[in-house]
Write a protein that binds this ligand. Structure first.
Ligand SMILES: *[C@@H]1O[C@H](CO)[C@@H](O)[C@H](O)[C@H]1NC(C)=O
Length: 386
C-alpha cells in the first residue's frame, strides 16, 4: 500500500482489478498460487490480503491447496501481524532478511537489524513451519568470501526449508552506488562474486538443500509452486501498481499470449482502476518466437530444465531435437559438461546452472536462426492451465 493512500480504497481497487483481469484471462479455471510481493506487502493489513483472496475465489477456482505467499520484511512483520496474515489465508512466508550483519544492512539501506531479522525468522517458523523462505544478498562492496560464508553458516543453523540468494546489483541513485563510484568502497570483482555463489551452493547442498533453480534452494520438498510455475511459463495475472502479467486473453479469438504491465504510479493506477476496472498501461502481444525464447530462458533456470512434452505444448511442431539437436555449438556445450539434451529434455548440468547467462546467447541464437522455424511455427502455442 503506497504511503498517503487510503488503504480501504486501494483494497477495493485491488479486488476490482483482480476481478477484471481474471475475467479477461483464462486464469479463471484454476488458480494454484497467489503471491503478494513487490514493495512491502506486509505493510498492508490482513484485511487487504483477505479481500484479494476472497475475490480470487469468487471469480476463479482457487485450489484448496493453493500456495499463498506473502513477502515480508523483518520490521513490518511482528508476530501478531504474521498471525493475522495467516488467519487471512497466507500459508507461506518469504522474509527479506538479506544479511545478518548490521553494517551490511545499513549499507543496503534496510531499516531492520540482524537481531530483528532473526527474531522474525523464529516467529515465522512457528507460524509457517516448513513454509518459511529467506532472501539473502551477496556481493556487497567490501564483503569478503569468508564473511559471506560466515553469515550463511549462521543462517543455515536457523533457517527453514527454503533459501533464495541474490547477487547485489548496484543501482544508480542509491547511496551505495555513490560510495562505490567515489571509491569509498571497492567494486566487487567478478571472480569473487562467482566464488561467493559457488561457496554458497556447496554449503546449501551440504545442508541438504536441492538447488532447484539458479537462485533458489529447497529441502524436504519445499519448492515454491508459484515460482516454479512462472519458470515453466504458466499464465498469471499481475494486479497492483507496476505489476506484470502474462496470459492468453479469453474470447477475441486470439490464442497468443500477451504480456501486460499495470500502471506504475499508484494514484494514476487507482484512477484507472476506478474508471475502467483495471490499470493496464501496456499490452504486448507475444509472437510464437517471443514465447519460445521465454520458455527456454526461464525453463533452463530450473535444475530439471525443459521436458520434451512441456516444450511441445508451446511448440507443437518444433521439438527440442529439431531446434537444438543438430547444432554444433550446442554439441560443444554438451561436450564441456554444461548442458544436456537427452530423452528427458534440455537442461543445465550442475556446473552449467552457475553459468547459464553465458549459455543462453548460443541457445537463443540457435532458436532464432533455426532452419524452418517459420515452417514449424505455423501453429500458435497456447496453454490452458494458469
Ligand atoms: C517469485 O515470484 C514473485 C512474483 O512473480 C517474484 O516477485 C519473486 O521475486 C519470485 N521469487 C523468486 C525467489 O524468484
Amino acid at each position: 500500500i503506497p504511503r498517503g493512500l487510503d488503504e480501504a480504497v486501494v483494497r477495493r481497487c485491488l479486488a476490482r482489478e483482480a476481478q477484471t483481469l481474471i475475467q479477461l484471462s483464462q486464469v479463471q479455471r484454476w488458480v494454484h498460487s497467489v503471491f503478494f510481493g513487490g514493495g512491502t506487502p506486509s505493510l498492508a493489513s490482513p484485511l487487504t490480503i483477505a479481500a484479494v483472496l476472497e475475490t480470487v475465489s469468487q471469480c476463479a477456482r482457487l485450489a484448496a491447496d493453493a500456495e499463498v505467499t506473502l513477502e515480508a520484511n523483518p520490521t513490518s512483520a511482528g508476530a501478531s501481524r504474521l498471525a493475522g496474515f495467516r488467519a487471512a489465508g497466507v500459508n507461506r512466508l518469504s522474509i527479506g532478511i538479506q544479511s545478518v550483519d548490521d553494517a551490511e544492512l545499513q549499507l543496503l539501506g534496510r531499516d531492520h537489524t540482524a537481531d530483528e531479522a532473526l527474531r522474525t525468522l523464529e516467529e515465522a517458523k512457528k507460524l509457517f513451519p516448513g513454509r518459511t523462505s529467506i532472501d539473502l544478498i551477496f556481493g556487497l562492496p567490501g564483503q569478503s568470501v569468508a564473511s559471506w560464508a560466515r553469515g550463511l553458516e549462521r543462517l543455515l543453523q536457523l533457517c527453514d526449508d527454503h533459501v533464495s540468494l541474490y547477487q547485489l546489483t548496484l543501482e544508480r541513485g542509491t547511496s551505495l552506488f555513490k560510495l562505490v563510484q567515489q571509491g569509498a568502497l571497492p567494486t566487487p570483482e567478478q571472480d569473487m562474486l562467482a566464488e561467493m555463489y559457488e561457496v554458497a551452493r556447496r554449503m546449501l547442498q551440504d545442508a541438504g538443500f536441492r538447488q532447484y533453480e539458479v537462485s533458489n534452494f529447497a529441502r524436504n520438498g519445499a519448492l515454491s509452486t508459484h515460482n516454479l510455475s512462472y519458470w515453466q511459463g504458466s499464465q498469471y495475472i499481475g494486479i497492483g501498481p507496476g505489476a506484470h502479467g502474462r496470459f492468453v486473453p479469453r474470447g477475441s479469438g486470439a490464442s497468443l499470449r500477451e504480456a501486460r504491465i499495470q500502471t506504475l504510479e499508484p494514484d494514476n493506477w487507482m484512477k484507472e482502476v476506478l474508471a475502467w476496472g483495471h490499470g493496464t498501461r501496456k499490452r504486448v502481444a507475444q509472437n510464437p518466437l517471443d514465447v519460445l525464447e521465454e520458455i527456454l530462458a526461464l525453463g533452463l533456470r530450473t535444475d530439471v530444465g525443459i521436458a520434451h512434452q512441456h516444450w511441445l505444448q508451446f511448440a507443437p511442431s518444433l521439438s527440442l531435437w529439431d531446434a537444438f539437436g543438430a547444432s554444433e555449438e550446442v554439441k560443444e556445450l554438451e561436450d564441456q559438461g554444461l548442458l544436456l539434451l537427452d530423452h528427458r529434455g534440455l537442461r543445465c548440468s550442475w556446473r552449467g546452472l552457475a553459468v547459464l547467462d553465458s549459455l543462453l546467447p548460443t541457445l537463443l541464437n540457435q532458436l532464432q536462426g533455426g532452419k524452418g522455424l517459420s515452417r514449424h511455427m505455423q501453429t500458435t502455442p497456447s496453454r490452458q492451465n494458469p
